[in-house]
Write a protein that binds this ligand. Structure first.
Ligand SMILES: [Zn+2]
Length: 485
């Protein structure tokens, strides 16, 4: 359904207020959007606890003028009772809302701002503005509003800070132009996002970086023309990015112990939890991500801490493995365990692997920081080859000098022995002899040239980690985590 300008639609749940004392559904009051340009979206959110009671008059929506289209009943002025849970609880509420909005460029304050702001009244009860059966209400449209008041009727929530915090997030979220969310695209409940009515999980709710179908008590198309809504993406776009102040994930490595031998069947176990919830837990081996598992489901108090099991993929070669478990929340804030060194395979394989899965590229080397080490290796090889050619030429020159009677002397005072007859002055060194023997064994120098030509014709895909000369394993696509310094 598309919103019509001026239409006032109120969604209420007649029986829900009595169904659960904590549950007072939020109402959705779309009114004509004012089409605020992104640059004008207010970057300050004022949480007003209505100390001593605050008054709102009917009129066009304006936080400055303290007028609103939302109160009903024809009175000329409405008085909302102050926050009733005291200073300590108020501070918890302010902190919670600040945490919820911290990934975005908006300042959440309980001091009346001087600059342009949206206001959230966090106090009173719905009957004080002539309404009933709602826990909060806000102007809502498809564009963010500037200078509007949203209402979160804190005093009906019995002091449940997370529930009040989620109501404030939802009502202020409406004022930033967001719809209700019903379920994520894989069918999970959107109960972890404050833009939902759903109550099938609890804990602190955050705007999630997940696409959700809109709806209150069933999925429906979103009001503003899209089939889905991603609240984190919308706020990141409309407000710009901020700095998350939520605690990073906590992760503790359990087993196997350092120094032990592992196989592909060995489970790597770690315990993880996060304030925003664990989105996924990853297993990194020798600096590369090799496997991951998703975070567990939410319960009535949010997502509990849990043990996570990870497997070592079969493709990981035998050798010394440096294991690291990395836990990430839904906005990719990550925490890593210390490195645990184990050995995969028998004792005869006890060699240390390179810092990452063997990275052998052939053909043109693409430009990019990940290839710096490869480029350096190629450069070193070129330098060594150049030096070998130089030594070879110098030796030839010395032989020429010996033959012509000038005499040759190597650095360090060593005299070069006379050249064997019939070799044109070339004295193969031990390295040259080994190379010749090797080439003869492998089918002659032409074979190496043929292989180089073949590799030039068909370079391996750039996203490949070649773990042996014949096998190519797709490199995991993740980038380095932020916490690496
Ligand atoms: Zn709502």
């Amino acid at each position: 359904m598309k919103l019509a300008g001026g239409l006032v639609l109120l969604l209420t749940l007649a029986t829900s207020a009595s169904a659960s004392p904590r549950f007072a559904p939020h109402a959705y009051v779309p009114i004509e959007p004012t089409n605020v340009a992104a640059a004008d979206v207010p970057r300050v959110l004022w949480l007003n606890r209505c100390a001593g009671g605050c008054t709102v008059r009917p009129g066009p929506n304006s936080a400055r003028a303290h007028t609103s289209t939302i109160p009903e009943g024809g009175a000329s002025e409405y008085t909302i009772a102050e926050w009733q849970y005291g200073d300590a609880e108020w501070q918890k509420l302010v902190t919670c809302v600040q945490e919820v909005y911290s990934p975005y460029d908006v300042r959440v304050t309980d001091v009346k701002p001087l600059e342009t702001y949206n206001e959230a009244i966090v106090a009173g009860s719905p009957n004080q503005i002539g309404r009933a059966g709602i826990g909060g209400i806000a102007p809502a449209g498809c564009d963010p509003y500037n200078d509007v008041i949203s209402f979160s009727f804190a005093n009906i929530y019995g002091g449940d800070i997370f529930e009040i915090c989620a109501t404030v997030a939802q009502e202020t979220g409406h004022a930033y132009g967001m719809d209700h969310e019903y379920e994520y695209l894989d069918g999970r409940s959107a109960c972890t996002d404050p833009m939902t009515y759903r109550q099938d999980c609890g804990g602190q709710q955050f705007f999630r970086n997940e696409f959700a179908r809109c709806g209150e008590f069933a999925a429906r198309d979103c009001y503003c023309g899209n089939s889905t809504q991603n609240s984190h993406l919308i706020l990141s776009t409309r407000l710009g990015p901020g700095t998350p102040i939520t605690a990073p994930p906590i992760v503790a490595y359990t087993s196997p112990a350092a120094g032990s031998s592992v196989t592909s069947a060995t489970k790597i176990i770690a315990t993880a939890s996060a304030q925003r919830g664990i989105k996924r837990v990853e297993l990194w081996i020798n600096g590369y991500k090799w496997s991951e598992v998703p975070g567990i489901e939410w319960g009535p108090d949010g997502q509990p801490a849990s043990a996570y099991q990870l497997t070592i993929p079969n493709e990981v070669p035998d050798g010394v493995l440096d294991l690291q478990v990395i836990a990430k929340d839904d906005i990719d804030v990550a925490t890593a365990t210390a490195v645990v060194r184990v050995t995969k395979g028998g004792v005869h394989h006890r060699r240390h692997l390179p810092a990452r899965p063997a990275l052998r590229r052939r053909g043109p080397v693409p430009v990019g920081s990940a290839d710096r080490r490869v480029r350096r290796r190629l450069h070193l090889r070129a330098v060594l080859q150049e030096r070998a050619v130089h030594r070879h030429r110098r030796r030839e020159d010395l032989h020429e000098q010996l033959r012509s009677g000038v005499g040759g002397e190597l650095p360090g005072g060593l005299r070069l022995p006379p050249a064997p007859a019939g070799r044109g002055g070339l004295l193969p060194g031990r390295r040259d002899q080994r190379l010749l023997q090797h080439q003869q064994r492998r089918g002659g120098p032409d074979r190496a040239a043929r292989r180089r030509a073949r590799d030039r014709a068909a370079p391996p895909p750039s996203a490949c980690v070649v773990v042996s000369s014949r096998r190519c394993v797709a490199r995991p696509s993740s980038s380095l985590p932020r916490w690496l310094s």
